[in-house]
Write a protein that binds this ligand. Structure first.
Ligand SMILES: [Fe+2]
Length: 510
């Protein structure tokens, strides 16, 4: 009998002999156990790190315990993967109130330093994770992986695996970490991967189980194990086209939207390695010395009003960020003294005319085009305050994009004046335009959109993968990597496109 089991039986005896005892019972199956790699017991969901600072990082794991009793977990951090010298260590207790997830804010680390970490619980050791503190030394480049939109049913996560093999400072996850739908209702299930639980997720247990399913994926585990993530939700972590008081995919017979929103946020905080602040606001910023500020925006739950029904309806009452976040964002932009301001943005910021493609819906009203007055106010803020070198990074559309963000759309054709730039990453696997359509048709559609938007310089609506952003004093470069085939395991990847912006230019270098 292991020490753990001995303790467990002692605890069982004590608790069952106490009048005020907590009842001990085995945990129910949630159906995801079939995907467990038994060699990882009891850390079946791997390890992760996130929200790095110059002197701290969040470390994450989850225990799958035999019963509902609290579990003590030890953690260690070292600069050596042999753990010859322990830099930091500690012990925490986890229990069912956090779904047996573990989050440690490991503080007192050195900047720009790679660390290894591991957990011990139930006499077993987790895999060893790698992480890195923020480089605030003003020397060297910053390299970020940028991802969004991973649909488990639709394809294999080879892109996450490739990302795990790159040298990066961190991975930005711009949302749609998972999808809330029932099996087979979004995309297809031809590769034989099925959502668990087998229904649209509504309860806390449902949301937790969907994370548990995704985190059994070996490719996603590898990405988390290798790099710190800086993550923000988009809509599907809650439900489709979410806003502060409702969502397209929330119906009255599904209960209170406020309850669902809170449940979704709770599960997200439990399962993602995010540093929580006291008021539970997820928008936040990171400082990479004099080189860059990274500003992560919340475009769903902080203050977004309901989407408009038509472009004509959009006025100043339509808010993407809400007044408080908007003030914070503009303040961060004007006060920042860094060379670059990198914006973790979920939905397309630039104006985008899709009227030739979709005459019935000439703009995406779930994107910033549906909140154009607020968007123009932000652009005016950049121009009036001479705030240069702003780079928006965008997810959501399952398509790759590169835009100049015009100072004024009306005068852009003549002047070419641009206030900032925007790079959009494609999806890890979620469907884009050519699923179900021939490539030639999609190429034609891409040309149609390019032809309608002079400030749009690159579009690819056919491929899946991710973006790597390399930030130096003189340049920010976006590299789009695409996998060959999302329906094949371990699909190879290729670097397919690179576009830069030079410091001081505020427009793409073409
Ligand atoms: Fe998505």
């Amino acid at each position: 009998m292991s020490n753990y089991n001995l303790l467990f039986f002692c605890a069982l005896f004590l608790f069952t002999n106490c009048d005020h005892a907590e009842e001990i019972f085995p945990l129910k199956s949630n159906g995801t156990e079939v995907h467990y790699d038994q060699s990882l017991f009891p850390f079946y969901h791997g390890v992760a790190s996130g929200d790095p600072l110059a002197d701290a990082v969040i470390l994450w794991t989850r225990i799958t315990p035999p019963n509902n009793m609290p579990i003590e977990v030890n953690w260690e951090v070292s600069q050596s993967n042999q753990f010859n010298e322990i830099t930091l260590s500690g012990s925490v207790t986890t229990d069912s109130t956090s779904d047996f997830t573990v989050k440690v804010d490991a503080k007192g680390l050195s900047p720009n330093t790679k660390y290894f970490y591991r957990f011990t619980a139930m006499d077993e050791q987790s895999v060893i994770g790698e992480t890195k503190t923020i480089n605030n030394t003003n020397e060297g480049d910053l390299k970020l992986g940028v991802v969004s939109c991973s649909n488990y049913e639709w394809g294999y996560f080879s892109a996450y695996k490739h990302l795990s093999e790159k040298e990066l400072d961190a991975v930005l996850h711009l949302g749609d970490y998972f999808y809330e739908y029932a099996p087979g209702t979004y995309g297809d299930t031809t590769i034989g991967r099925f959502n668990i639980p087998p229904r649209e997720i509504l309860s806390l247990e449902d949301y937790r189980t969907r994370y548990a399913l995704y985190r059994t994926d070996k490719d996603l585990q590898a990405a988390h194990q290798k790099h710190p993530f800086i993550a923000i939700w988009d809509d599907h972590e809650i439900t489709n086209n979410a806003y502060i008081s409702g969502a397209q995919n929330h119906q009255e017979d599904e209960g209170s939207y406020d309850d669902r929103k809170n449940i979704a946020a709770q599960a997200y905080y439990e399962w993602l390695p995010i540093r929580e602040n006291a008021n539970k606001e997820i928008y936040r910023s990171f400082s990479f010395g004099e080189l860059a500020d990274l500003i992560m925006l919340d475009e769903r739950l902080a203050g977004r009003t309901k989407q408009a029904d038509s472009v004509d309806q959009v006025d100043e009452s339509y808010s993407m960020l809400g007044a408080k976040q908007l003030t914070w964002f503009k303040d961060k932009l004007s006060r920042g003294s860094t060379t670059w301001k990198i914006i973790g943005n979920q939905v397309i910021f630039s104006p985008l005319d899709i009227s030739k493609l979709r005459p019935d819906s000439p703009a995406n009203l779930d994107a910033w085009d549906g909140y154009a007055v607020e968007r123009d106010d932000i652009v005016d803020h950049l121009v009036e305050n001479e705030i240069d070198d702003v780079v928006f990074l965008t997810g959501d559309t399952h398509t790759s994009w590169a835009f100049d963000i015009p100072k004024s759309l009306d005068s852009y054709n003549a002047s070419g004046e641009s206030a900032a730039v925007e790079f959009g990453t494609t999806s890890i696997t979620s469907a884009n335009w050519n699923e179900g359509r021939p490539d030639e048709e999609v190429l034609g559609a891409e040309q149609l959109v390019l032809g309608s938007n002079d400030h749009l310089k690159f579009i690819n609506a056919r491929d899946h993968g991710y973006l790597v952003l390399t930030v130096s004093n003189s340049t920010v470069k976006a590299d789009w990597y695409y996998v060959d085939d999302i329906k094949t395991k371990n699909s190879p990847e290729k670097l397919m496109k690179s576009i830069s912006v030079k410091q001081g230019a505020n427009k793409l270098d073409l």
